[in-house]
Design a protein around this ligand. Structure first.
Ligand SMILES: Nc1nc2c(ncn2[C@@H]2O[C@H](COP(=O)(O)OP(=O)(O)OP(=O)(O)O)[C@@H](O)[C@H]2O)c(=O)[nH]1
Length: 447
């Protein structure tokens, strides 16, 4: 095919929305139709003679060369997709139909710009994945991990973080972050503050560093990364930001990528809010608000599992029923808030006497129940109970006073004193009353 022979055709093919490209045996553009300028952003003069592969997105080059080689070997491709980097730096998604011209040793290909279709697909896929993740994730951390995965499928994000606004302390925190950079967390927080305050997406690349507000310029000066931060807008407010970080040698974030991220960020914000609400409800349903200890419901759950394990392993477990002595006096003499503080501090002290696998629950007022598993013998239980009793001996520093509190502790063992929860609780409670009757501040085993 002679270059002149294209001329007669161009009157017609320039009308096409798709671009026709011909590359020579070395992979250099030999002919491009008028649409190529719209798709690639380069004039045909700028493209002719240039190596095709140079314009291909770096991550798609290997695949593209493989396909080119298949076409050179006679395969006709009608469904090859790859990405090119336009002259303005934006990424364009293309669908190619290509074949070899046997006589001329050239590849003739028709490129269709499918960026918009890809954008719609990406939005829909991401929305579906986010709603699935919001439903399936067991907790907030699992949700954050899923969000990271979903975003990595949408666009390059070597590093990723979720920053959330802590309204109580009016500052951002990072419940999820893989960002490792010379910029420390405080500085990233300034970037996030800017995004939350303005409600606008922030893209920092080497070309626009100088256009950033001066506070940000100082932070990002000399950074080796492109930064993209998108506000997380729920229906109510901006709850935080998503932060993506990519090496500056990689292509910058495209308008399409930013648009998709902005679109899905609302769904992400809503999913996070819903999960936070669920976590709060779970916390309220299972934990005591004052001390943060498990409540009766959670204790019941743990007790059932522990009993099942002990029955299976023929193990011993111990139940300690603990009531503080003369706690009412503290409330009466120092006030309810001092009483609250003492309950919180006493709970902390008792917790430090236990192993991670043990459970201490607040049953209400000044009553606590402790579950100890894998007990070898009575004396181990006595030792732990004594340790708890002694931990409360030294006085508590409250806001306006120093007070001491002593406990009465009753103990029941599985299977010796009972084989179900109710029975064991009753036996431990009775043992605790024996201590109370005898003046308190002691430990007693059920009979
Ligand atoms: N500060 C505070 N007090 C509470 C809370 N819940 C219950 N109380 C009070 O705790 C006290 C518990 O009562 P008791 O156990 O009968 O009083 P006590 O003085 O410890 O009596 P003995 O156990 O017989 O030594 C009551 O005065 C309750 O009002 C709470 O959340 N905070």
């Amino acid at each position: 095919m002679k270059t002149d022979s294209y001329k007669a055709l161009t009157n017609y093919i320039d009308l096409l929305l798709d671009a026709i490209c011909v590359v020579d045996k070395d992979g250099r553009f030999e002919f491009v139709s008028a649409s190529a300028e719209r798709i690639f952003g380069y004039t045909s003069e700028e493209m002719l003679g240039r190596s095709m592969i140079e314009l291909v997105h770096p991550d798609d080059r290997k695949r593209t060369l493989q396909t080119a080689s298949e076409i050179n070997n006679g395969v006709i491709k009608v469904d090859f997709e790859n990405r090119y980097i336009r002259k303005d730096g934006q990424t364009v998604h293309l669908l190619w139909s290509a074949r070899r011209s046997q006589t001329d040793q050239r590849r003739i290909a028709v490129a269709r710009d499918i960026t918009k279709i890809k954008q719609t697909e990406a939005r829909q896929t991401a929305l579906f994945a986010i709603s699935e993740a919001a439903f399936a994730a067991e907790d907030l951390l699992a949700l954050y991990r899923s969000i990271h995965q979903i975003i990595t499928c949408l666009m390059p994000a070597q590093h990723f973080a979720i920053a959330l606004l802590d309204n109580e302390h009016n500052k951002v925190h990072f419940p999820y972050s893989t960002i490792k950079s010379s910029i420390d967390e405080i500085d990233i927080a300034i970037l996030c503050d800017e995004v939350i305050r303005s409600g606008e997406t922030l893209l920092v690349i080497p070309d626009n560093q100088a256009e950033q507000p001066s506070a940000l310029q100082k932070i990002v000066a000399g950074t080796m990364f492109n930064w993209l931060s998108v506000p997380l807008k729920s229906h109510q407010a901006i709850i935080g930001t998503l932060i993506l970080q990519n090496d500056i040698n990689k292509p910058t974030y495209s308008t399409m990528e930013i648009d998709v991220l902005e679109f899905v960020s609302t769904q992400i914000a809503l999913a996070i809010e819903r999960k936070q609400m669920l976590a709060r409800l779970q916390q309220m349903a299972l934990y005591d608000r004052l001390t943060g200890l498990p409540n009766r419901e959670l204790f019941h759950d743990r007790m059932q599992s522990a009993l099942a394990r002990s029955r299976r392993d023929q193990g011993i477990l111990a139940l300690l029923y603990l009531d503080l002595d003369k706690f009412k006096q503290i409330n009466d003499e120092c006030g309810h808030s001092e009483g609250d503080l003492l309950l919180r501090q006493a709970a902390q002290r008792m917790q430090t006497c236990l192993r991670q696998t043990d459970t201490i629950a607040r049953f209400g007022g000044d009553e606590f129940v402790i579950l100890l598993e894998h007990i070898d013998n009575d004396s181990v239980v006595s030792q732990i109970a004594e340790k708890i009793r002694l931990s409360l001996q030294s006085s508590f520093t409250l806001i306006n006073s120093q007070r001491q509190i002593l406990p009465s502790i009753g103990i029941a063992l599985f299977p010796r004193h009972g084989t179900d929860e109710q029975h064991l609780l009753r036996q431990a409670d009775k043992a605790m009353y024996v201590v109370k009757k005898n003046g308190g501040n002691a430990v007693h085993f059920a009979d």
